[in-house]
Design a protein around this ligand. Structure first.
Ligand SMILES: Nc1ncnc2c1ncn2[C@@H]1O[C@H](COP(=O)(O)OP(=O)(O)O)[C@@H](O)[C@H]1O
Ligand SMILES: [Mg+2]
Length: 467
């Protein structure tokens, strides 16, 4: 088994810079600059290691970057703990076993991971991590935001971790390139803003990739929708209706899209297009594609629009776009209108009608001069169902509308709310309650449902919902 420890090599700091490149840059110089012990160290050669700062410095000097960067976390912690204990007794440092272990974990997290953020990344109950400079990190748990006790040693410590996140995806983050989007190895999405734009030190926002998939049954258990609504969505998925999921940030769009994707038949070839891969399709025949930001020289960008266009040439049965944000809206409608039915996407909008307006605006921006009426006709031909999700004021996420796109009335798209949530009040514990208004008029795509033999299941689910 490999070990993190090299011989007693205190001269390590004079080695070439590349050999230390994998160590967290702030730990050594920064720690020294800030502690009186370390300052003394600078003056006298070997530091009197009577403090955590000095021990950290000594310990880092003994670790071989080439070896430690490839070690499993547990083993590295164990090795460093042994090293610290050895160094502590050699140098008569006043550190008890618990402090030694804490320091070992801290060093290992700095070397292999994202430092103090590691415990938060490991905690499945944490959905979002928001770092507002080195001293304040907020987290979101079960829909509520809390201040955590995570702190970075100083700005340089946080800066080093940000630069590591950016470097892992081939980007750079510094004063000249102060805003970066990246993704962690586990799929979590990260946004970083640096000074001078960020006024209180680097800001980091992490939307964690949820490891456990939430299926439609779980959503029913959470109270996000009713069992008959789940049946309606299942029919819609199996009948290959084109579905748009609309909602605000963090309202549960991607989660619902993942859940709906379970209704796609295993025999189908599904092509997914995303800005940051989040979808977790269970089918065997899935082709996943992700956009690419421009390089540092501003070259090589591949947009969602490029990918959707390319997807059309890949003989897909269905195309799934993580979220439509721009010009690709036009190509998505084209796809939906040309035999790639059963396609799905999400959009940022406040109501199902608003979702249509947003699509229309996106198409217009990418295709100047296209008349509104023509775009609306395209939309009516393409989109069958729009589902609205909302994170409501009690912190719960619910489906508030399932809306059918019926056709055109004059110049206006006619919509029909199959389900519409009406909030009736609030319980003592703060949770909202209400009921769904159900519209039992047969939908415009009834013939399609019959073709798939799904007209009766649809009617049964509506009937059940009205009871
Ligand atoms: N109905 C729900 N109940 C509880 N948590 C949910 C529900 N829907 C989604 N979530 C959680 O909310 C967070 C945000 O969901 P996500 O689907 O990524 O939102 P969006 O795509 O709208 O930004 C995720 O952590 C997800 O697990
Ligand atoms: Mg999303």
């Amino acid at each position: 088994m490999s070990t993190a420890l090299t011989g007693p090599r205190f001269g390590r700091r004079s080695e070439p810079a590349e050999s230390r490149a994998q160590l967290p840059p702030p730990s050594q110089p920064q720690a020294q600059a800030q502690s009186p012990q370390a300052e003394r160290a600078g003056n006298q050669g070997a530091p009197p290691p009577d403090s955590i700062v000095a021990l950290r410095t000594l310990c880092l000097a003994r670790l071989d970057p080439a070896v430690v960067s490839n070690m499993p976390m547990d083993q590295l912690v164990a090795d460093i703990e042994r090293l610290i204990s050895e160094l502590a007794s050699q140098n008569r440092a006043q550190l008890n076993a618990r402090e030694q272990r804490a320091l070992a974990i801290e060093l290992a997290h700095d070397i292999l991971g994202l430092g103090p953020l590691e415990p938060l990344l490991d905690d499945d109950a944490v959905n979002d991590i928001m770092v507002n400079g080195p001293q304040r990190t907020f987290i979101e748990r079960a829909g509520k935001t809390y201040l955590s006790d995570v702190k970075f040693r100083d700005t340089a410590h946080l800066t080093g971790i940000c630069q590591r996140i950016a470097a892992a995806v081939g980007r750079r983050v510094d004063e000249s390139s102060p805003m970066v989007d990246a993704r962690l190895k586990d799929g979590s999405r990260v946004n970083i803003v640096f000074p001078p734009l960020a006024l209180d030190g680097p800001y980091v926002s992490i939307r964690k990739f949820s490891k456990k998939t939430i299926d439609i049954q779980r959503l029913v258990e959470f109270g996000a929708l009713t069992a008959p609504m789940a049946k309606i969505l299942q029919v819609a998925g199996r009948a290959r209706l084109n579905i748009i999921i609309s909602g605000g940030t963090g309202s549960g769009k991607t989660t619902l899209l993942n859940a709906l994707s379970r209704f796609i038949d295993v025999s189908e070839r599904v092509v997914t297009v995303e800005d940051a891969a989040e979808l977790q399709l269970q089918q065997p025949h899935v082709v996943r594609m992700e956009t690419r930001p421009p390089s540092l020289e501003g070259k090589g960008e591949v947009t969602q629009r490029d990918l959707v266009r390319n997807a059309l040439r890949m003989r897909p049965d269905r195309i799934i776009i993580g979220e439509v944000r721009g010009g690709e809206a036009f190509d998505m409608l084209q796809a939906m209108n040309t035999g790639h039915d059963g396609s799905m996407s999400t959009i940022h909008a406040n109501t199902t009608r608003d979702a249509l307006t947003r699509i229309e605006n996106m198409v217009q921006m990418g295709n100047m001069g296209l008349p509104s009426r023509a775009i609306r006709t395209q939309i009516v031909g393409a989109v069958d169902l729009i589902v609205q999700v909302e994170r409501q004021r009690d912190g719960k996420r619910r489906l508030t509308q399932i809306t059918e796109v019926c056709g055109m009335e004059d110049d206006v798209v006619a919509l029909n709310d199959v389900f519409l949530l009406e909030i009736q009040g609030q319980r003592e514990d703060g949770t909202l309650f209400g009921r769904y208004r159900v519209n039992s008029v047969p939908p415009s795509f009834m013939r399609r449902l019959s073709y798939f033999g799904l007209d009766q299941p649809w009617a049964d689910a509506i009937q059940e919902a009205r009871q």
